[in-house]
Structure formats: structure tokens, C-alpha cells
Design a binder for this molecule. Structure first.
Ligand code: ADP
Ligand code: MG
Length: 460
């Protein structure tokens, strides 16, 4: 039973229901100290935290632990203890540590600058060899493969975008690992754009010596891999610095690879000149994998964990969990963990029992209100504006996308949509839906908007 992984997944589940500020305050530096016979012992930093968690979140924690471990949870106890570095899931700074890759970020002081061991930010698990190719990621893999063979020469930059959990980080690091394998001296730097920003800020704050270190760190590499660039949206100074870093590397034929959750032009708050630069190389998307690919991924993951698991179960998971590879993997882990605990081999019945809850929630009921909510969030507009009558350009597209969703996701008729959308005429609705349908194939931006809103509707 991987207690760190279980706690990480538990916290990811809890994070959704607890406000961000509270969440960090109460859960940083907590960890699973022990699990025995239905009792989880959670290590906490102080009595104060212990008290608070017990009073406020005990039921939440118990439920999430049961969900994530697949184990019976009789009780949850607390004990004051300090986690080892491997056990930390949320660091002092409130950062979620998702994988060993993220760990160097915990101590920017120590890793910053020249002392950084080369290529240390790559996770050796992320290889091309264990990345399953399907129609959803074919183009991105082909581009990544080409870049890894001729860095700086074919597509520069390479920009890979797609929803969360579909393999962007894996693919990006596979490029890095491949290059390092072939050339030990290649300087590959993988960082999240958040780390880039934090490094930049600490360089500025601490003055010229650090600023030099910063430039050294980022401009002396052969390959720069920057993950989740959408995070820089609205961060103007960091963008400015990134622009110069990018130009410096690009001019010297050094490879830059970027990922984001959407394509460059769709990242609001990202400077135009950066968008243009990003589009100047190769832009490739990763979509949701089809059934066959999902099954192949599950097979490969169970093999990697040294566990054989029957086709029946693989197909059951693959048919029911569709939106992200990360979730697919989570489901598999849950089943395997539960089997380990019960000391049995997985059966279909068990898989159904364990995944029942997750599957139900992913097939949840979609309502006009949930569509409005996600559309408003995605387009950054209010519900009044969405349903209102003002006909400015910023509102027309969100409105039409919403009409399209009501039509295609819950099959409402044009007059019904008209009523739901604040009393609009059915011809207006028909026009809106048809327009989206017609333009989707020609307008990648619109297609991207539609896909992302759809994803949110189904998954939040
Ligand atoms: P993203 O960065 O897009 O959010 P990740 O790269 O972190 O997604 O992928 C999430 C998990 O899914 C990782 O464990 C990764 O190894 C796995 N994964 C995603 N796509 C594939 C694939 N095509 N083949 C094998 N594993 C995959
Ligand atoms: Mg990622």
C-alpha cells in the first residue's frame, strides 16, 4: 500500500471541497504515518492543527481516505510528527508535490543557480517507451519524437496543449529524457512555469547576484521545457522576462518546448508577442484517448506495477473512465491497492464495487444551470451577461457556445433553449447553434472553447 500516494489522492479529493486558503493552512506537512487494521494515523505538525482537523474535517478525511485507499476506515487518529521529505505532499509553501519531479522546488535556495545538478528535474519514468500512442495524441507524439531526435532543428518551439491529465508532462519529459540518454552532456531543464516565475521573483528581490544566477540557469541550457505556461497569464513581468529568455534560446538554436491547457491564442492574459512566438513553431494538441488507447494504457500501467490484471477488468475501467489518463491510472491504483490490502486478486465485481462511486459521479446529471455556470467561469462573464440582451462581441460567442451545449449535451429543443436563456426567440437559438456547428471545423479556437467547456461540464 503506497501511503504517500493515498494521502496525495486524498488531499486532491479534499482540496475540491475546502477553500484553498484553509486547505493549505491545515493540511501542509501532514502525511499518513501508519495504517493498521482499519486505523489511519495521520502525522500533523502541531496540536493546534490536530485539534482543528479533528473538529472540522474528521468526517471529510475519513470519507476521502476510504475512497482513495479502497480500504475499510474504522477510525482516523492524529499524531504530532515530522514527515520525511518523501512523505511531504503539501509543502510549507503550500505547494502540492505531485511527483518526485516537483521536489526540487521545495528548496529553491539549494537548487537555484550553478549548483543545480544537470538534468535533475527530469523524472526518469517519463519515457517514450511507456507512452501509448493513439489517434488522440499521434501528432503530438510525432512532433515530440522529431524534436527529441533533432533538438533546435525541426520545430522550435514545440507547443503541446490539451486538458489536464492527458499526458503533456509525460511527453514533454520524454523529450528531455531521450536527449539526455543520447547525450549525457546535453543540458536539459524542465520546470513548471510557476517555478520559472518563483525563480524570477526571488532573483529580482535578492538583487544582482541572483539575477545573474537566474540568467545563467535559464539561458545556458540546450533544451528548456516549460510546463503549464497558462499559469503565466496576467503575470506581466514574468512574461517579459520569459520573452527575453525565449528569444535568447531561440536565436541560439536551443530547443524550447511548452505545454498549456489550451492553444496559444486562447490563453487570456498572455502577451500577444508571446502568443505569436509560440505559434511560430509547431502547435500540437492532445485529446482524450479512445477506448482502445485507454485499454492499452491500463495494460501498460498494470504491467509496469508488476501486476497482471484481467482483460475484463481492464475493459470495464476503460469503458467507464473516459476523460483523463490520470483518472484512469487513479482507478487502477485504487483497485490494486485494495487487492493488496485484502490479499486477493482483482475480480470484476471488486472493480465494480470500488469504482462505482467514481463512475456515478462522472455520469452525473447535467442541467442548464451547470452549463451556465461552467460557461460563465470559462469565459469570465456573469450569468446576467450570458443570458442578457447586450450584443457586444465578447458576449455573442459565449452565448452561442452555451446554446450549442444545451442542444448537444442535454438535447433541449430550440424553444426550450430560448426559454432557459432568458426568453429568446427560437430562431435566434437555431441561428446560434448552427453557427457554432458550421464554424467548429474551420475555427480551432472555437473548437477548443467548445471542448474545454464540455470537459468542465462533465468533470466538475
Ligand atoms: P498532463 O501533464 O497533461 O496533465 P500527465 O503527463 O501528468 O498529464 O499525465 C498524467 C498521467 O497519465 C501520467 O502518469 C502519465 O504517465 C499518464 N499518461 C498520460 N498519457 C499517457 C499515454 N498516452 N500513455 C501512457 N501513460 C500516459
Ligand atoms: Mg502536466
Amino acid at each position: 500500500m503506497d501511503l504517500v500516494e493515498i494521502w496525495r489522492n486524498t488531499l486532491l479529493e479534499l482540496e475540491v471541497s475546502i477553500s484553498r486558503a484553509n486547505f493549505t493552512t491545515w493540511f501542509k506537512n501532514t502525511f499518513i504515518l501508519d495504517y493498521k487494521k482499519g486505523v489511519f494515523i495521520i502525522g500533523v505538525p502541531t496540536f493546534f492543527v490536530e485539534d482543528w482537523l479533528r473538529k472540522k474535517y474528521l468526517d471529510h478525511i475519513k470519507k476521502a481516505l476510504a475512497n482513495q485507499s479502497g480500504a475499510e476506515v474504522e477510525s482516523v487518529k492524529f499524531k504530532i510528527a515530522t514527515p520525511s521529505p518523501e512523505q511531504v505532499v503539501i509543502s510549507d509553501k503550500g505547494k502540492f508535490i505531485h511527483s518526485p519531479v516537483d521536489k526540487p522546488e521545495k528548496k529553491p535556495e539549494a537548487t537555484f543557480g550553478k549548483t543545480l545538478p544537470q538534468n535533475s528535474t527530469l523524472n526518469s519514468y517519463y519515457k517514450f517507451a511507456n507512452f501509448i500512442i493513439g489517434s488522440s495524441n499521434q501528432l503530438a507524439v510525432a512532433a515530440a519524437d522529431a524534436v527529441s531526435k533533432k533538438p533546435g532543428k525541426v520545430y522550435n518551439p514545440l507547443f503541446v496543449y490539451g486538458d489536464s491529465g492527458l499526458g503533456k508532462t509525460h511527453l514533454m519529459q520524454a523529450i528531455g529524457n531521450h536527449i539526455v540518454e543520447r547525450d549525457q552532456d546535453a543540458r536539459v531543464l524542465y520546470v513548471s512555469s510557476e517555478t520559472f516565475m518563483n525563480d524570477f521573483i526571488s532573483a529580482v528581490e535578492t538583487g544582482s547576484g541572483r539575477a545573474k544566477d537566474f540568467k545563467n540557469r535559464y539561458r545556458s541550457v540546450d533544451i528548456l521545457l516549460i510546463d503549464d505556461i497558462q499559469f503565466l497569464s496576467g503575470k506581466e513581468q514574468t512574461q517579459e522576462e520569459f520573452f527575453h529568455t525565449f528569444n535568447h534560446l531561440h536565436q541560439n538554436n536551443k530547443q524550447v518546448v511548452l505545454t498549456a491547457d489550451r492553444f496559444p491564442k486562447a490563453i487570456k492574459g498572455l502577451e500577444r508577442r508571446l502568443q505569436t512566438r509560440f505559434e511560430g513553431g509547431m502547435v500540437a494538441d492532445i485529446g482524450t484517448p479512445d477506448l482502445e488507447t485507454r485499454a492499452a494504457i491500463l495494460k501498460q500501467k498494470s504491467k509496469a506495477k508488476g501486476k497482471e490484471i484481467g482483460d475484463e477488468i481492464i475493459n470495464y475501467i476503460a469503458e467507464n473512465i473516459k476523460s483523463s489518463v490520470r483518472e484512469l491510472e487513479g482507478a487502477l491504483t485504487k483497485i490494486l491497492a485494495s487487492c493488496e490490502l485484502r490479499e486477493c486478486t482483482p475480480t470484476l465485481e471488486m472493480a465494480q464495487e470500488i469504482l462505482g462511486g467514481i463512475i456515478e459521479s462522472s455520469n452525473k446529471l447535467i442541467t442548464p444551470d451547470s452549463i451556465f455556470k461552467e460557461a460563465c467561469k470559462y469565459f469570465h462573464i456573469s450569468k446576467e451577461d450570458l443570458l442578457g440582451r447586450r450584443r457586444t462581441k465578447e458576449l455573442v460567442v459565449p452565448r452561442q457556445v452555451t446554446m450549442y451545449m444545451l442542444r448537444h449535451e442535454i438535447n433541449l429543443s430550440y424553444p426550450e433553449i430560448g426559454r432557459e436563456m432568458g426568453g429568446k426567440d427560437h430562431t435566434t437559438i437555431m441561428h446560434g447553434c448552427k453557427k457554432v456547428e458550421a464554424q467548429m471545423s474551420q475555427n480551432p479556437r472555437l473548437k477548443n472553447d467548445v471542448n474545454l467547456v464540455k470537459e468542465k461540464i462533465h468533470n466538475t
